[in-house]
Write a protein that binds this ligand. Structure first.
Ligand SMILES: NC(=O)c1ccc[n+]([C@@H]2O[C@H](COP(=O)([O-])OP(=O)(O)OC[C@H]3O[C@@H](n4cnc5c(N)ncnc54)[C@H](OP(=O)(O)O)[C@@H]3O)[C@@H](O)[C@H]2O)c1
Length: 265
């Protein structure tokens, strides 16, 4: 699949993976509809995307609000008349042990962004994706594949995403819409510094050593686009992630120990 002249709706486009992904897709002459809450940061992404032939619009959107997601899709159709790809990338993290949580609303907040945001955007975009025989993309995580300590709510939200999109793939079989679930490992963005801590507030500082073991945002985006071009059903980014589903069947206790050791906090 080539993205030239295709219309792509991308959530979480104001920072990190989403911003870089927007720029790479603009370089491929895609038309882009960029969504996130922070309008100023979204405009910065838009500006970085404007030197290419495709048209780009930014729509300030809080994906936790169903009406806002509906409005995002309405504006995409008003601007371009079609949607070829929806990339559900918006996400937030949490980093605290379950028994240390003081603000239980963390679980709802994370689920509303990572899971319900993807539900709402996919729901409103689906008729247009069917019309274009398009692509539905979920940026999940290796946390969607197994338990990871200090991330209970995040892991649950990414498992929910995985289940949602695996089921949609089956339902959409023979409609021409393909579903791609992408699972990165650690990527060098500010997601862990923005992650919610035990008190429900952003940590402000990552608890892990971010100088080691992170994939670059450029490499992550290169792999996302590679998987999208091939309309892959699934792309897991790290070797550990690839081995994990098999290892869980044979030595699940060992997988738990390796996961606990690898989180670095
Ligand atoms: N970085 C990693 O290590 C890693 C690993 C595996 C998977 N992932 C996944 O990759 C995706 C992107 O993460 P990232 O690392 O690029 O994180 P990031 O740098 O923190 O960016 C997150 C993006 O999501 C947006 N967002 C958050 N809450 C939102 C809401 N309520 N409505 C709309 N947009 C919202 C943010 O924009 P606003 O704040 O402006 O709304 C921002 O654009 C996430 O789904 C994440 O779970 C990341």
């Amino acid at each position: 699949m080539s993205f030239a002249n295709k219309t792509i709706v991308l959530t979480g486009a104001s920072a990190g993976i989403g911003r870089r992904l927007a720029i790479s897709l603009a370089q491929q002459d895609a038309n882009l509809v960029l969504a996130a809450r922070n309008q100023q940061a979204l405009e910065q992404t838009l500006t970085a995307c404007t030197n290419y032939p495709g048209k780009v619009i930014a729509v300030a959107t809080d994906v936790t609000q169903a009406e806002a997601c509906q409005q995002l899709i309405t504006q995409a159709i008003a601007a371009f008349g079609q949607i070829d790809v929806l990339i559900n990338n918006a996400g937030i993290g949490m980093l605290t042990r379950f028994d240390e949580v003081r603000d239980i609303s963390i679980f709802e907040q994370v689920m509303r962004v990572n899971y319900l945001g993807a539900v709402y955007c996919s729901h409103y975009a689906l008729p247009y994706l069917k019309a274009s025989r398009g692509l539905l993309v979920a940026i999940s995580s290796i946390c969607g594949k197994t338990g990871v300590p200090t991330r209970t709510g995040y892991v649950a939200s990414k498992h929910a995403m995985q289940g949602l999109f695996d089921t949609l793939r089956i339902e959409l079989h023979s409609t021409g819409v393909d579903v791609v679930v992408i699972s990165p490992g650690f990527v060098a963005t500010d997601i862990r510094q923005r992650a919610l801590g035990a008190d429900g507030k952003p940590l402000g500082k990552s608890p892990r050593d971010e100088t080691q073991g992170n994939m670059s945002v450029d490499e992550c985006v290169r792999q996302i686009i590679w998987a999208m071009e091939r309309r892959k059903r699934e792309h897991i980014m790290t070797l550990k992630g690839k081995v994990l589903p098999w290892a869980k069947l044979i030595v699940p206790g060992l997988v738990d120990r390796i996961t606990a050791a690898s989180i670095g906090n």
